[in-house]
Design a protein around this ligand. Structure first.
Ligand SMILES: Nc1ncnc2c1ncn2[C@@H]1O[C@H](COP(=O)(O)OP(=O)(O)O)[C@@H](O)[C@H]1O
Ligand SMILES: [Mg+2]
Length: 383
């Protein structure tokens, strides 16, 4: 079943309990919970900010007209589906809810829940993928420079050849300070900028001249232009190149550089899963929050946005839940700090060994991203 994010607006305890227990085994992440509608405009504002795919709405205790609530929710960007939840199932109530615009009607013991969410999930999946064909594109973006986006992009990319079938590309879209070529010892003469500037010539053969095979078999690399060759690129041409790459590769890993800029924003349309890399430093968290807000406001699907907490100390004062609430996005993975190990490997001209502690975290992250089974249950905040 396609994973969904959900908001719960339920006052009746019996309904709340029934829903919670039915949701337990389903791939649904609760991102908003409140017991009653309250002030409709503030509820709508919250939903707009958090952008759940679905809203469970208790219609047995509404103090505002049902059609007004549902119409308000449906009109928000992303049009969350409303699932009307009621204690009983009289035909007149069901009809009323459906006429008001509810996608589904549920009542205890919520037997229809899974089927309802599957229907909605399929619709969302089709909508999300309508413009996508071919390879899966994954992007790493740094909340602010120095959080580790490039480090994580490179170390996860080199893990992929042994984990997935097909062709894999690591592309450096950091047009300010591209480092992928250096870290992976690419001797490329050309860069992705050549493809972006020559979209009219872009075909399989032209592309082959731009990529190199770094030292990792099965991973092709395209670098960012060097400092002397950095000129503004047209965002629509960049998007064109990325959509072309989907037809050539099964997996595409992008280093999107730091923060949002014209090229990362252009690339985002073509990114299926975006990993925002931050540390726990206050300025990084501040930037991360701004980026998340901006992305959600501009309609980027919350289910495509993932936080990676890098260089996490062994212990820290906030809980993951607090952090997620503060930033408005779920933490996908936590990686420990190991400056010395990284630095030693770089000094030897290598990437970090997969056997090291941080290396194991990179492997696990790669596996999680490509959907391969994890060897351990979950990422731990402290390990
Ligand atoms: N988990 C980590 N532990 C220790 N140092 C790290 C870690 N991740 C990244 N670094 C170091 O932080 C610095 C910035 O990393 P980089 O990947 O270039 O950041 P960004 O691409 O976000 O600007 C580099 O020196 C890198 O080696
Ligand atoms: Mg970088």
């Amino acid at each position: 079943m396609y994973p969904l994010t959900a908001g719960i607006v339920i006052e009746t305890k019996e309904l709340w309990d029934a829903l919670q227990s039915s949701l337990q085994d389903l791939p649904v992440r609760i991102v908003l919970e409140q017991s009653e509608v309250g002030e409709l405009s503030s509820l709508l504002e919250r939903i707009e900010r958090i952008r759940p795919d679905v809203i469970f709405l208790d219609i047995s205790t509404l103090r505002v007209p049902l059609d007004q609530v549902i119409r308000g929710i449906r009109a928000l960007p992303g049009s969350p589906a409303v699932l009307a939840v009621n204690r009983t199932a009289e035909p007149a109530t069901i009809l009323n809810a459906m006429r008001a615009g509810a996608a589904e009607f549920l009542f205890p013991p919520m037997n229809d829940l899974r089927a309802a969410l599957e229907r909605i999930g399929n619709e969302r999946k089709t909508a999300n993928q309508a413009f996508r064909r071919g390879g899966h594109t994954v992007g790493f973006i740094s909340a602010k420079g120095g959080c580790g986006a490039t480090t994580i992009a490179c170390h996860t990319a080199v893990e992929l050849p042994q984990r997935v079938k097909g062709k894999i590309l690591l592309a450096d879209l950091d047009f300010d300070a591209g480092m992928v070529g250096f870290l992976l010892k690419s001797k490329a003469t050309y860069s992705i900028a050549d493809a972006v500037r020559n979209t009219q010539r872009l075909d399989e053969n032209y592309w082959k001249a731009l990529v190199t095979n770094g030292f990792v078999p099965g991973l092709e690399i395209v670098t960012a232009p060097g400092p002397g060759a950095r000129q503004p690129l047209k965002p629509e041409q960049l998007r064109f190149v990325l959509s072309f790459l989907r037809t050539q590769y099964d997996w595409i890993i992008l280093d999107l550089g730091r923060s949002l800029n014209a090229s990362s924003v252009a690339a985002l349309d073509e990114v299926d899963d975006l990993f925002l890399v931050t540390t726990l430093e206050v300025p990084a968290l501040h930037q991360a929050k701004l980026i998340i807000q901006k992305l959600l406001d501009s309609g980027y699907g919350a289910n495509r946005l993932h936080l990676v907490l890098n260089r996490a100390p062994k212990r820290f004062d906030v809980t993951l839940e607090e952090l997620e609430r503060m930033l408005g996005a779920p933490v996908y993975a936590t990686l420990p700090d190991d400056y010395q190990a990284l630095n030693e490997s770089y000094t030897e001209g290598k990437l970090l060994s997969p056997g090291s502690t941080l290396g194991k975290h990179f492997s696990r992250l790669a596996m999680k991203i490509v959907g391969a089974p994890e060897s351990k249950k979950k990422f731990s905040l402290f390990g």
